[in-house]
Write a protein that binds this ligand. Sequence first.
Ligand code: THU
Length: 139
Amino acid sequence: MADFDTLFAAASAARAKAHAPYSNYAVGAALLADDGNIYAGCNVENAAFPEGWCAETTAIGHLVMGGAKRIVRAVVVASRIDVERVPGGRFCTPCGGCRQRLSEFAASPSTEIWAADPDGASQRFTMAELLPAGFVLEE
Ligand code: THU
């Protein structure tokens, strides 16, 4: 199973491709899938701001098109966000919509989603921690 370092490298390479001229906030995501492959993605912004989408969403599209079914582990890489209450800054965690999208494909509630900064410092979450009681139509 691909370890953190391998996924971090893939997410960082994806982040380098971010199309984020409006926010200047580049994000990369890498998903280890149940087929053993890594699917990566970057955020893709648009001049019509709400039409842009997140790195996780790009990566999920690649996973589906690659024929994989489940996310086994994920790493998201972006700069830390300056907030007063967190010394050193807050890691970039998936937005609400992406939590729901990740949940659709996560192998289990304990699937690891790592939030990392560009230097490789990271914080580990489980899918259930990021999205408790998420919406489902079937299980
Ligand atoms: N963004 C992501 O790609 N993933 C996240 O987890 C959080 C936010 C993007 C969306 C937008 O292009 C930029 O970061 C600033 O919000």
